[in-house]
Design a protein around this ligand. Sequence first.
Ligand code: NI
Length: 190
Amino acid sequence: MSRPKIITLPNSHLRNKSAKVHVIDESVIELVNNMQEATLEWEDSREHEVGVALAAVQLDNLVRVVVVRNNFDDKSDRTFQVFINPEITKLEGEIEKDYEGCLSIKDIYGKVPRHTKVRIKALNLDGKEVKVKAEGFLARVLQHEIDHINGIVFVDHIKNKQDAFYTLTPAGKLEPLNYEKEIKSSRILW
Ligand code: NI
């Protein structure tokens, strides 16, 4: 069987809510493996980007499963942490804007406001409850992924912001996009 592919906007499934996992069976384990492989394959196909995390909806499987890279700074660490049914239990800290991208939104980056600290709870693959207290980039990634399982993509947070959209140049630099021309009436994003 061929592995599922990452879906991208304008696929409307990305704006649907994912369902809770009730039993962690073989199908969930296979899904998690596929998610990890798809993320690494995506990363391997790009020079300047890192595949940091993925939600199951991005493989068009609408269940509440998220995988997050264990090490954001070292690409040679290809291991992940798995979160089943993750929930935010507390949003803390300041709200900070920083760049975000998404494997399901081609070539567009955004400056998205997020809380700097977050607490989440979830199940691991063994069905045990795990709690994570995160800050900085990990806090941002967890908010982004939990948005995915609720049918929200990062561009939805900055929909009306004229100066929040960027693209990556072939040299790997972020460059502002023209909001009126390239974002406002995009048939891909909205
Ligand atoms: Ni994403």
